[in-house]
Design a binder for this molecule. Sequence first.
Ligand code: GDP
Length: 173
Amino acid sequence: MREEELEISLKVVIVGNGAVGKSSMIQRFCKGTYTRDYKKTIGVDFLERQIEVDAEDVRLMLWDTAGQEEFDAITAAYYRGAHACVLAYSATDRDSFDAIPSWKLKVENECGEIPTVLVQNKMDLIDQCVIDPEEAERLGRALGCKLLRTSVKEDVGVVGVFRHLASRCLHEM
Ligand code: GDP
């Protein structure tokens, strides 16, 4: 087998309410950049980045909803073949936290049980945080997801989210 055929590719879907930082997270992880007024749509279906996880080369393809969540109409094509999922909410947006269980259900309906992580973004805005830490932990436990915290803006915790998911996927193979 040629070497590139051994490479593992994983499709990761990132769901959550609008403006929680999904596109920014994809841009940060795949391009290493952050822009405040980043257009919601990346303009392509996904961006990718290769990382080494547990001594394996893993290619992560991060799929952007391209704002479809605003219309509650994410297409089946978005979810098709997903290996892992990020459930994202913002520390400053209570509604986005409350919407997480319904996002989890949508993903489950389309993809079945796949490795999933709960991500609280915008941790740099800690003084505007409206989510009680214990409540967040409880939601993670209830959904069976690890809770991770990120600041996409300050590049804190982002790589860890995708390392965690890639590692989970590798262990399930
Ligand atoms: P999406 O609709 O979930 O894809 O969210 P976007 O990626 O478009 O982000 C919405 C807004 O939140 C943008 O103005 C981002 O710059 C901003 N944003 C994203 N991540 C962070 C973060 O970690 N901290 C702060 N302060 N703002 C963020």
